[in-house]
Design a protein around this ligand. Structure first.
Ligand code: KG4
Ligand code: ZN
Length: 335
């Protein structure tokens, strides 16, 4: 089954063609880096207007890259849940139009389910059940993935998500947007033990995450150094902050894996591209005899291929949406 995936939940306008939920025939992603740099982050109405401008071209690009036309599409999958409401509306309206005009089935999906499928798409051999850490700019979740499309939510973001903390600290330090890749690179020559930042809720029994306090600790330390006229060792600050995030994510995820008595971890979402996160997960999991999977780098951040893959899995379960499909910025996973 050839599925056209559409993703516009935040600042990436993306379309992809995926065959049978496993083979990516094409992927087109238009980022809004110019706008992000100009405004220092995502401004929902600005992002939505850019999606409106781009969506037609991005869908055409995905079709052209695969050498297909809309007549070849057998279903349309679109992110309809979790994200910026005005941005979600652009993708859903486009998906509905194609579904209606070409008389093909439509399915609306949860954005986080897409991230879970990004890793399944990258590693079709990944066994179930497993624990999945989704770690992005807008969300962190720990999910017990019982089988495809069956989830138990173990923990979620209470305030800033990990990627959001990366972005806000980078913005404060004047390093640009998005902050994750910049801090990842800047940290390489830095000493991760130079500063001792808090590991938020690391010992807490819950599987929820809270990175707002860590962000404030880094910013306060930075302000304090400026006030004292001290040198600002940016690579050390970046590396120490990154280490605190990584320690927290790894410790909580592995505790969830142990609690569920499992041996498989999936790490996905934009922050799963982080080189230190990958290194620490890989080393720790090896020591504990746990298998860890990361998506291909091209599938870590938002993309429509993961939405098409999730859409295929749900369609195989007989699920469909209809033309009343609506958008929900805060829907629960699986809802
Ligand atoms: O999944 P995603 O594209 O969007 C959301 O669903 O939120 O994730 C974007 C987030 C941004 O916060 C960005 O800074 C972060 O992923 N990110 C990284 C890296 N690459 C992207 N964070 C840390 N290290 C990276 N290498
Ligand atoms: Zn995302």
């Amino acid at each position: 089954m050839l599925i056209l995936g559409i993703e516009t939940s935040c600042d990436e306008t993306s379309a992809a063609l995926v065959a049978d939920g496993t083979k990516i025939l094409s992927s087109a992603i238009a980022t809004q880096l110019d706008l992000l740099k100009k405004y220092g982050g995502v401004v929902p109405e600005v992002a939505a207007r850019r999606h409106t401008e781009l969506i037609g071209y991005v869908i055409k690009e995905a079709l052209d890259k695969a050498g297909r036309t809309l007549d070849d599409i057998e279903a349309v999958a679109v992110t309809s849940r979790q994200g910026l409401i005005s941005c979600l509306m652009v993708g859903v309206a486009a998906a509905k139009s194609i579904s209606y005009a070409k008389n093909v089935p439509l399915i609306g999906l949860h954005h986080i389910e897409g991230h879970i499928f990004a890793n399944i798409l990258s590693h079709p051999e990944m066994p179930f059940p497993h624990v999945c850490l989704t770690v992005s700019g807008g969300h962190n979740m720990l999910v017990h993935v019982q089988e495809k499309c069956r989830y138990e939510l173990l923990g979620t973001t209470l305030d800033d998500a990990a990627g959001e903390a990366f972005d806000k600290i980078a913005k404060f330090l004047g390093l640009g947007f998005p902050g994750g890749p910049v801090i990842d690179k800047l940290s390489k020559p830095g000493n991760p033990e130079a500063f001792s930042f808090p590991r938020p809720m690391i010992k807490n029994k819950s599987f929820d995450f809270s990175f707002s306090g860590l962000k404030t600790a880094v910013i306060n330390m930075f302000k304090d150094k400026i006030a004292r006229g001290e040198k600002l060792p940016l690579p050390d600050i970046a590396a120490s902050f990154q280490e605190a995030v990584v320690d927290t994510l790894v410790a909580k995820t592995l505790r969830a894996v142990e609690m569920k008595d499992l041996k498989v971890v999936s790490v996905t979402g934009g922050v799963s591209a982080n080189s230190r996160l990958r290194q620490v997960f890989t080393e720790t999991c090896k020591r504990k005899g746990i298998k860890v999977f990361f998506p291909d780098l091209s599938l870590c951040t938002d993309n429509a291929a993961m939405i098409a893959a999730a859409g295929y899995a749900r369609m195989m379960l007989g699920e469909r949406s209809d033309l009343r499909l609506n958008v929900f910025p805060n829907a629960p996973l699986g809802g």
